[in-house]
Write a protein that binds this ligand. Structure first.
Ligand code: ZN
Length: 562
């Protein structure tokens, strides 16, 4: 059987430890309100369009709303920066750091990874006929800071207090230059927390399923262990681990082991996964997370899954120590109970169909296949052979693969983590320069164009033609200011970013008052299908009314890729 090469594991742990001892806290906190507002305005203009609309504009207008007094008060009432002030300052830093060019290559690399991770779930959901998260489709912003907190995220339901429409993910500033394994943890934050919070009700449903699955196993879940409650009340963190692995494969699983060991070493403890999971910790015990990672890998489709799962289980066994128990919220469980419960939890989270996802499982949405492994092998060779970022410019290659390649190359001891880190950043930066999400068209949800496409449908009208038809038909439907088409009927420069969701809602409402006539939205969708000669195009009036397409470009991309 395949056995992964982990001869570089110690070097990776040392790299995490060194990064965790680096106390660089990044750019200082902005204090004076007027200068903050000025800097935000300047930075706003330099952001990709997508972040101007979804992050900077609503945030600046929220701050104008609370004014200097509100700002000073907010900062004063949250001195530890773990509540509202922490959130406010993190959104500000995300805008300022991107606009002012703080560690620009690492920032662009970070943005590229989280956008890809986020997109991976969304695009696959879209394709499998599973409903999109109704809350947010814009990729997260990123920032550097708070070294003591490690990687973390403010999901959409938090940032939305300031009107912001996307999550903000943070990493310690030392991870701009070292601590490779922290990057493999980004799947946990972004595919995990951010996607979970974007699907209202998903967490609750998964928690109920996990509780029920464990409660069926009396030797596991009894009055001595309370295991079903233990896992169910940690579902946000537990599902995030599982979802990170579904999206990044074995690199996320072994990266977690190396990362935790390095952090423990940095904190002056032995470089081991901890056996104790305190009652007040929302995360399961480290060792349970090791077993959970191994069990999740076994559910993926790639051929080497069993070899990887065994290796991670062995690393976890080693840290628990033969005959030792694991403590869950004060209760002792055996190693065997830990493993079996982790397997049941992984299977439930990954493979159980949920109502929220139209009876699909998370594994239906995202899997790690041999084709992903082949891409990672090719990228590893490119990373090791020298500075060749363009190796990533191949169809099907995404930022997630680049992080997986750097992580597994370092773990195999193929090169020093520091060297692989630098080359990974260059490769990710190169990828980001080719990503239309960051361009002037504010294209979000890029993955629906290409990622993991199993089957291209027979629809070939070019984007320009679709844009032309959509703009002309929209102009028939309503009057837009500024107009979507010029005197010759061609789309104008500002057409792509124009908001259209309210138009659809208004027209639908007014047509409902006039029964008997054919609804204008039905005429609109029929005309588009007719003119593009695509009668089986998936575009229905109710999708328009539901607000799936907030702007012209989203509608165009839906048509292009549906
Ligand atoms: Zn977490």
């Amino acid at each position: 059987m395949f056995t992964p090469d982990l001869s570089g594991l110690q070097a990776c742990i040392d790299d995490v430890k060194a990064a965790s001892l680096d106390s660089d806290s990044g750019p200082p906190e902005p204090t004076a309100f007027p200068s903050l507002m000025q800097r935000l305005e300047t930075s706003r203009a330099l952001l990709p369009k997508v972040f101007q609309i979804s992050t900077a504009d609503p945030f600046i207008s929220s701050l104008n709303g609370i004014g200097e007094t509100g700002y000073v008060q907010t900062l004063a009432t949250d001195p530890t920066r773990e509540g509202t002030a922490g959130l406010l300052l993190d959104i500000a830093q995300a805008i300022l750091q991107k606009g002012e060019g703080y560690s620009p290559d690492a920032t662009d690399a970070f943005l590229e990874v989280v956008a890809d991770l986020y997109d991976g779930f969304l695009s696959a959901e879209d394709r499998s006929g599973i409903k999109m998260p109704e809350r947010v489709i814009v990729p997260p912003m990123v920032k550097w800071g708070n070294p003591d907190f490690g990687p973390y995220t403010w999901p959409f339901d938090a940032t939305n207090h300031f009107g912001v429409k996307n999550a903000v993910v943070s990493m310690p500033p030392s991870n701009t230059r070292s601590g490779l394994m922290a990057w493999s943890a980004l799947g946990h934050e972004t595919c995990g927390h951010d996607v979970l919070h974007a699907n209202a009700g998903l967490q609750g449903e998964i928690a109920r399923l996990v509780r029920a699955a464990l409660a069926k196993e009396p030797p596991l879940d009894d009055k001595h262990t309370h295991l079903s409650s233990y896992w169910a009340t940690r579902i946000d963190e537990t599902s995030s681990d599982v979802m990170g692995i579904l999206n990044m494969g074995p690199a996320a699983a072994i990266g977690l082991v190396a990362y935790f060991r390095g952090l423990s070493a940095g904190a002056g403890s032995p470089a081991k996964l901890r056996r104790d999971g305190p009652a007040d910790d929302p995360h399961p015990a480290d060792s349970l997370r090791g077993y959970l990672a191994a069990a999740t890998l076994r559910l993926l489709s790639f051929s080497d899954r069993e070899g990887w799962a065994k290796a991670i289980e062995a690393q976890t066994d080693h840290d628990v120590g033969a005959g030792n128990s694991v403590r869950v919220a004060g209760n002792k469980i055996t190693q065997e109970q830990a493993k079996i419960s982790a397997r049941i939890v992984a299977e439930t989270i990954a493979a159980a169909p949920t109502h929220i996802l139209n009876h699909h499982s998370l594994l239906d949405i995202q899997d790690w296949r041999d084709s992903d492994e082949q891409i990672v092998v090719a990228l590893r060779t490119a990373l090791l052979s020298g500075n060749n970022p363009s190796a990533a410019f191949q169809p099907g290659v995404y930022a997630t693969h680049v992080v997986a390649a750097a992580t597994t190359a370092a773990l195999a001891g193929a090169a020093a983590p520091a060297l692989l880190f630098r080359r990974m950043i260059q490769m990710l930066k190169a990828l980001s320069t080719r990503n239309p999400t960051w361009g002037p068209l504010a294209i979000v949800h890029r993955g629906s164009i290409a990622r993991d496409f199993v089957r291209q449908q027979g629809f070939s009208a070019s984007q320009a033609e679709i844009l032309l038809v959509v703009c002309q038909e929209l102009e028939v439907l309503d009057t837009f200011a500024p107009p979507l088409t010029d005197a010759n009927g061609n789309p104008t420069g500002s057409a792509l970013g124009t908001r259209i969701d309210q138009t659809f809602i208004d027209i639908d409402n007014s047509d409902k008052k006039k029964p008997g006539t054919k609804a204008r939205l039905a005429i609109f969708t029929d005309n588009i299908k007719k003119r593009l000669a695509s009668s089986d195009l998936d575009l229905e009036p109710q999708e328009l009314v539901r607000g799936d397409f907030k702007t012209v470009d989203l509608l165009v991309f839906h048509i292009q890729t549906a």
